[in-house]
Ligand binder design. Sequence first.
Ligand SMILES: Nc1ncnc2c1ncn2[C@@H]1O[C@H](COP(=O)(O)OP(=O)(O)OP(=O)(O)O)[C@@H](O)[C@H]1O
Ligand SMILES: [Mg+2]
Length: 392
Amino acid sequence: MKIGRIRLRNFRALYDVELKNIPPLAVFTGENGSGKSTLFQVFGFLKDALKNNVRVALQRMGGYREVATRGHTDEPIEVEIQFRMMLSDVNRLVTYYLAIATNESGVPVVQREILRYKRGGYGSSFHFLDFKNGEGYAISNEEDFNKPDKDLIRNYQSLDSPDVLAIKGLGQFQRFKAASAFRHLIENWHVSDFHIMAARQRVEAGVAEHLSETGDNLPLVAQHLHQNNRQTFNNILERFRERIPGMSQVTATATEDGHILLRFQDGSFKDPFIARYVSDGTIKMFAYLVLLHDPKPHPFLCIEGPENQLYPQLLGALVEELRDYATRGGQVFVSTHSPNVLNHVEIDEAFLLKKEQGITTIYPLADNQQIERFIEEGDKLGWLWNQGLLEI
Ligand SMILES: Nc1ncnc2c1ncn2[C@@H]1O[C@H](COP(=O)(O)OP(=O)(O)OP(=O)(O)O)[C@@H](O)[C@H]1O
Ligand SMILES: [Mg+2]
């Protein structure tokens, strides 16, 4: 499943943006305050809205009036995501549309929620799910999409509350195929909020297959890979040794009081260092390797500023790893302030955010012919940026 297009309206500085032809790896750059983090917040917001409801998710971001673009609080917040997925053996272009508005009492509700895709090669898309203010329907025999309209079964429902997403309940049922696939995508996307301090801690013994968003289960994931996927673990270790001078071994060890902690062996000394005493970049590089070599990649991964704390020479390999991850099936969004990251990014992968009069526009760099010409002549995006030539 791959996201091809995103349209956002009235979400903070993103008053009206559209990203089209989104590549497997998409890299966003732009000045401070240009809206990169805001773009990434949309994914966290949707995940929270699915887990809880739109009211709670907005509340956590300061409430509807804070999230809607300044001066536009009377307009709905809209999110539209288009993705490709297999439905009954046919590759379909599915669109999810969500509009949130406030009711008469000022409380946020789902004004409209739609899942649509074309049934044939032509014609307009058909609504397989359509809800307004907690009332609506979903087609329960989607696999029969070739049948005439009258044979499609509309399953009418009232949701528990108008602030709940219909895909939350319906997405649990396999027969609502598109809803269940989209729900699965949101639940499994990973919006990294990595904290070095969290990743340094020892953790209570347990099992974890995937790195958490903060990275606080790093010792458990390392232990899991070591025990169950030695090849992946060794691959991670090999790359880690190449990148961090002196490092020879990493072990996840159990303490007497039932915790697991990471130890890093520096070849120059007999005793290893526990995670708390190794450098920031050491922890971060190890965590990134664990995240990016996950045998089961997330369908969608967002990382802000992967360059922070890392030696510039390591960033090329990191971009390669992000791209590998994206081609293994997990689409990747990255934001960056680093020319060294951009130097390894293809022009089709790069997007520039610009904020003018408080409103963000996102420009694909590939649309700029001058930049394209520079790249054809052998220039790199980071060099152009350093020379002030990444202007749109
Ligand atoms: N409701 C709103 N309406 C309009 N603008 C808003 C709203 N809420 C926040 N903003 C502005 O949007 C800007 C975008 O910030 P964001 O954190 O996305 O920038 P960024 O590109 O991540 O910057 P940095 O590189 O510094 O991390 C903020 O500086 C803020 O002033
Ligand atoms: Mg930011």
